[in-house]
Design a protein around this ligand. Structure first.
Ligand code: 4AD
Ligand code: MG
Length: 460
């Protein structure tokens, strides 16, 4: 007989007989004539309470079941007389699939996040991490649905690339060469002998490829892993993270901001309504102000603030920041958080950043000093989205590339898009893990990624 997932039993509308359930034992409690087992199969947060009576032929085995053991059960789902659950299972067959030894690290007590990171292969079995990764799955689905409902096409952009989209040089090399026997000529490695015949890297963003498809299919998005070799050991940076990158033809910066705002508000609303059970772990135990913060984001319009005004507010705030603020300097997390948390108390979209601190592809504004860039800042995280209107004018784009020391030959195909039927277009990148931090209140990016990659850490 087919097993039924606990998720379905917990939310059952009526009693049922002879159902098969398989899962792992969270706890066992014995009384004189029966045992209570709490079973979880990962399908939902709630455990199924199982009653096993002592006249069962395998009862002596049941008495030896430990936390973490795997069991198969057959029984009747009946209304529970006890408090705390609507249904319970009266078992008439218990098979122990495997017994976990006493050394099982997840005995019933609270573990710190730091400890659980050292057993990242087991932590999804805890309530908190099980909930976090189920939410991760649901929100991924909601992202695809959001775009599909609006006519966007899903594009798979390459992970191995020859270009550096952000121009920050924080890339992981991809090579098939033997590092102990490199073909060196005049002190330089001969890259023509490598797999691709030239330098290759893991992508930092799918944007440049996505632009080509936006200029072909109209509205597109990518959603996949990106890699950055920036050596910043902060709670919001990972070396491997997922990015959602929409790109829209015939769209200016204001349309881009509309989409970013709509998307975040939609996904937060979705989480509140569709993930409420898993979310309760976080609203109750991780961050008491979470529910209110999420409702504010879902309900309130985002502030739209030119960078110049942001600098002005920060300079006049009377706060002493670690990093000084002035036109031409990038905003730091402390500034972003001040704006969104203290000053406005809701998400803020800062736009029109100085040209000098932004990548080559952003559209130059008429003032010649700023570009049509936008960052969406949210409480407790800071920057969650970075995007822009793209430079569609060939000469301007070429000029920017020259100024920044980029080779036009390497980007010939990117420039082609400005030669043949160029149009205004815009897009952004949303850090998927930062969105999950926002939704769950989890404070460290390492705890929303199944197996996080950060400097000096590639275990599992
Ligand atoms: O602002 P970024 O660097 O923008 C781009 O890469 C653009 N090419 C995107 C585009 O326009 N299509 O990165 C976008 C977002 C950031 O706002 C942040 O949320 C996230 O990606 N992000 C990171 N998340 C985790 N770890 C890191 N090291 C991250 N770097 C950026
Ligand atoms: Mg950015």
């Amino acid at each position: 007989m087919k097993r039924i997932k606990i998720d379905r039993l917990i939310h059952a509308e009526r009693a049922a007989t002879n159902v098969v359930v398989k899962g792992w034992v969270r706890t066992r409690r014995d009384s004189s004539r029966f045992s209570f087992l709490e079973i979880n199969d990962g399908s939902c947060l709630t455990n199924l309470q199982v009653i096993v009576e002592d006249d069962l032929d395998t009862y002596d085995q049941v008495r030896r079941i430990t936390t973490g053991s795997a069991v198969s059960l057959r029984g009747d789902l009946v209304a529970s007389p006890g408090k705390g659950q609507q249904w319970e299972l009266r078992a008439h067959e218990v098979t122990v699939i495997s017994v976990a030894p006493e050394s099982y690290p997840l005995q019933k007590k609270r573990h710190t996040d730091e400890f659980l990171r050292t057993i990242a292969h087991l932590r999804p079995r805890t309530n908190k991490y099980g909930a976090a990764f189920r939410i991760r799955s649901e929100i991924s689905y909601a992202i695809h649905q959001f775009f599909r409902d609006r006519g966007f096409r899903y594009i798979h952009t390459p992970i191995i690339t020859g270009s550096d989209c952000e121009g920050a040089g924080e890339m992981f090399r991809v090579t098939a060469m033997d590092l102990n026997r490199l073909p060196v000529e005049q002190g330089r490695v001969d890259m023509t002998q490598d797999f691709f015949g030239k330098e290759a890297n893991l992508t930092v963003s799918g944007q440049l490829s996505a632009e080509m498809f936006a200029l072909s299919l109209g509205d597109v998005y990518t959603f996949g892993p990106t890699f950055r070799a920036e050596n910043s050991n902060t709670r919001r940076h990972a070396a491997e993270f997922w990015m959602v990158e929409p790109e829209m033809a015939f769209c200016d910066l204001s349309g881009n901001m509309d989409l970013g705002e709509e998307m975040i508000r939609h996904l937060v609303t979705f989480a509140l309504s569709e993930c409420s059970e898993d979310l309760s772990v976080f609203t109750r135990f991780v961050d008491k102000s979470l529910a209110r913060r999420l409702e504010t984001i879902a309900d309130a319009e985002f502030v739209r603030l030119p960078y110049r005004e942001a600098v002005d507010i920060l300079q006049r705030s009377g706060k002493s920041f670690e990093y000084e603020v002035s036109f031409g300097k990038d905003l730091q997390t402390e500034h972003e958080r001040f704006l969104t948390e203290d000053h406005f108390g809701r998400p803020v979209i800062v736009y029109d950043y100085p040209l000098s601190i932004k990548p080559f592809y952003m559209r130059v504004n008429d003032d010649g000093e700023t570009v049509a860039a936008m960052d969406v800042l949210v409480p407790s995280i800071g920057e969650i989205i970075g995007g822009s209107q793209r430079e569609e004018r060939l000469e301007v784009l070429e000029g920017r590339m020259t100024d920044m020391g980029l080779s036009k030959e390497d980007y010939w195909w990117y420039l082609d898009a400005r030669r043949y039927g160029t149009v205004e277009h815009s897009g952004f990148g949303l850090g998927f893990e930062r969105l999950l931090m926002l939704i769950t209140g989890i404070g460290n990016i390492r705890d929303v990624i199944p197996f996080p990659r950060t400097p000096n850490n590639v275990e599992f």
